[in-house]
Design a protein around this ligand. Structure first.
Ligand SMILES: Cc1ncc(COP(=O)(O)O)c(C=O)c1O
Length: 418
């Protein structure tokens, strides 16, 4: 029965030997060089079950899981239904602590700082609604943060009288100092919190979280980081960011089952955050106080383990380099097409997977429809605040042939002018 929740068993059966052998072929190469090795990445692509009839370039919204993750969820689901209360609470439940350890290994932190939950929204609401703030206390965020969390701060403003200030940026900005200075200039004697999105979902700009955190700490502030688009894509360890709270979904770049998320809280901050869903020891120091979620999907939760195995077999740095290479591959080909504009920095420090593109005279909604109707390329139109573009987000399973088709499509649409 121990094998029922073993997070490594399916990966070992399906992929471990094959990926280990592919890794040994490229082991002597730098991650940047492996990023261009199509043989290696075609093996990774084969591990996914994506539709051959659609080119999915909206992995920023949510990402597919490789087959091994899907099969794990199905296996755990079948097991659950053989006797739910027994198999969930006595068998699968035993997988939660090993899973916490694996997530901590991936995040480079203590397992006593990891909360396993359902998504970044839940993680950020836990922190935003769980902080002790009083009327007049100020929070600094940005107009291009994710709406769910802007709404959480706005709710606190309405309910508790906190002051929520939002900065405006005209991305792309290729200057860390400018970004740090904008946050610093907004600080007053009442400021308590800075909310920073690690990778801006609308245009893919990477923000200098470490520098913002260091500056904030010099002023005695805390930093809440939204890492929905950075975790398991950019090669970093959570403590390296210097923030106090880090939230992410696991169903984006980790390719974990859809409906899985994680929250990291620096150990000395755990006691002061009230759980979003009440627990018997709300002021306690045990991170598990944030997991009184009631009955939820154990199969989804346990499927995360297989996604971590898959991620670790590729390696964070290789993955980051490959996905950035894919983004640059298409963006650098369209940037000189008349009327085509790239809305994201192509410098490595400022972007990775997500890139915005627009064509003069064609609205984002029209461009997105043309890409889908004429080429079956799935992207997302963005018209939000000062951003107007179509967002394109490849993943590790994206092929160069698919991106060639995207480049051809953009050229043809720009030339036709409609
Ligand atoms: C920057 C950012 N934060 C948070 C979220 C929320 O993620 P979820 O819907 O998984 O809670 C998203 C979703 O796309 C996002 O782009």
């Amino acid at each position: 029965m121990a094998g029922a929740f073993s997070a490594s068993s399916l990966f070992d059966q399906l992929h471990a030997a094959e990926i280990a052998s592919a890794n040994s072929m490229v082991g002597h190469l730098s991650p940047a060089r492996v990023a261009t090795d199509e043989d290696y990445w075609s093996l990774i692509r084969q591990a996914y079950t994506v539709s051959p009839n659609l080119i999915n370039l909206n992995n920023g919204g949510v990402s597919p899981a490789p087959r091994v993750v899907q099969e794990a969820v199905e296996r755990y689901n079948k097991l659950t239904n053989e006797g739910p209360s027994y198999f969930m609470w006595e068998i699968l439940d035993q997988g939660r602590e090993p899973l916490r350890e694996k997530l901590a290994e991936l995040g480079g932190c203590s397992k006593e700082e990891i909360v396993i939950n359902r998504n970044a929204t839940e993680s950020l609401n836990t922190v935003i609604l769980g902080l002790d703030l009083k009327a007049g206390d100020e929070v600094i965020g940005c107009k291009l943060d994710y709406p769910n969390h802007m709404n959480a701060w706005k709710q606190r403003a309405l309910r508790d009288g906190i002051v929520y200030k939002q900065l405006s940026f005209n991305f792309p900005v290729e200057d860390d100092d400018q970004i740090v200075a904008a946050f610093e200039n907004a600080i007053t004697s009442k400021t308590k919190i800075i909310h920073v999105t690690h990778v801006i979902n609308w245009v893919g700009q990477i923000l200098p979280v470490r520098k913002i955190s260091d500056m904030a700490h010099r002023h005695g502030l805390e930093v809440v980081c939204d890492g929905a688009h950075s975790f398991a894509l950019l090669d970093f360890k959570i403590p390296d960011l210097g923030c106090d709270y880090f939230a992410t979904s696991l169903h984006k770049f980790l390719s974990a089952p859809i409906g899985s998320g994680m929250l990291w809280i620096r150990q000395d901050k755990i006691s002061k955050i009230w759980p979003l869903l009440a627990n018997g020891d709300p002021r306690g120091t045990n991170i598990r106080k944030f997991e009184t979620l009631g009955t939820r999907s154990f199969p989804i939760e346990q499927g995360i383990g297989e996604a971590i195995n898959f991620q670790m077999a590729i390696g964070n740095k290789r993955k980051e380099e490959r996905v950035r290479y894919l983004k640059n591959y298409w963006a650098e080909q369209v940037i000189n097409i008349p009327k085509v504009k790239i809305r994201t920095s192509l410098k490595a420090a400022y972007s990775c997977a997500i890139c915005g593109v627009s064509i003069d005279g064609i609205s984002p909604a029209k461009l997105e429809r043309a890409l889908f109707n004429q080429y079956k390329i799935h992207t997302v139109p963005i018209e939000y605040e000062n951003v107007s573009c179509v967002r394109v987000t490849p993943h590790v399973y994206t092929s160069l042939q698919e991106l060639d088709k995207l480049v051809r499509a953009i050229r043809e649409i720009a030339t036709a002018g409609k």
